[in-house]
Design a protein around this ligand. Structure first.
Ligand SMILES: [Zn+2]
Ligand SMILES: [Zn+2]
Length: 285
């Protein structure tokens, strides 16, 4: 099993992406949670286009990928889990849980540091959220988060098979918790004791600042409860709440591939103009 997973990592990843995308899109069609503000054809080409772009970029920049880092860590004995005689299953389970914590902390940092927020707000600028939002991230954010993941894998000594399973899980759970789906009412509260549900993550996509600063988790709901960032429901309710970024409310600003790629750099001209107005000597240059 382990050898099969390691040998077929790229194919498994693509198959899992396609299967989860199709399943969630069907669920969205059968039981949507909210009505859309834009038709799918206005958002999906760019949201899926950026997935293709990011996949090519990651392959080009990091051909060895996270699996390569985990294999190196294992053969050199790097990282916490490689220091002790931990049973293989326990090391894999601990590796998956600790990587999930690392992704939670990284997400908090992408909101807290202004330069990182400029990148991450492209994800938040989507005016509706659905299964495709789960893979809509700026290429620079993807490259930086790969480096964070590599560092976490090497420092923790996460076993290679756990890295592949974690990446498959993260991909699937991100598409699940962004989906515009109605989870059956009796099941939802039970599910969110363990996992981040679509209703839980939707609160994080609110235009309200305090609601955006909650529910940073991707897989386990534990981290938000533990670090005090958990918020059960949006004030306005799931149907009425507004999604997106207050300063990017026009479809033209956030729904084409070119506009999405430019989002981190938006507003810089205005900052420079303000600076020039207060320093006329600089404006003359
Ligand atoms: Zn966020
Ligand atoms: Zn999100």
């Amino acid at each position: 099993m382990e050898a099969f997973i390691l040998a077929h990592e790229p194919a498994l990843r693509l198959a899992a992406f396609a299967a989860v995308l199709a399943a969630m899109a069907l669920w969205e069609l059968l039981a949507p949670r909210r009505s859309r503000t834009l038709p799918r054809r206005r958002r999906w080409p760019a949201n899926l286009g950026i997935v293709v772009l990011n996949t090519l970029l990651v392959r080009a920049l990091f051909p060895a990928a996270a699996l390569g880092i985990a294999l190196s860590a294992q053969s050199h004995g790097w990282g916490l889990l490689n220091q002790y005689a931990v049973p293989a299953w326990a090391a894999a389970a601990a590796g998956i849980v600790l990587l999930d914590l690392a992704i939670y902390l990284q997400h908090v940092m992408f909101h807290a540091v202004p330069a990182l927020w400029k990148l991450h707000r492209m994800h938040h600028a989507d005016l509706d959220i659905d299964v495709t939002t789960g893979a809509r991230f700026h290429p620079v954010e993807i490259a930086l988060s790969m480096l964070v993941k590599f560092a976490a894998i090497a420092a923790l000594g996460v076993p290679p098979v756990a890295v592949v399973v974690f990446e498959l899980l993260l991909n699937a759970s991100s598409m699940f918790n962004h989906a515009n789906v109605r989870v059956p009412a009796p099941l939802e509260p039970v599910l969110r004791w363990l996992l981040v549900t679509p209703d839980m993550h939707r609160v994080h996509h609110s235009v309200e600042r305090d609601e955006t600063s909650s529910n940073f988790g991707f897989n386990l709901s534990l981290w938000d409860r533990l670090f005090g960032t958990y918020r059960a429901q949006p004030r306005a309710g799931h149907e009425a709440m507004a999604l997106g970024i207050p300063e990017l409310r026009e479809a033209a600003q956030c729904s084409s591939l070119a506009a999405m790629l430019a989002i981190p750099f938006r507003g810089m001209g205005a900052t420079r103009m303000r600076r020039c107005a207060s320093r006329p000597d600089l404006a003359k240059r």
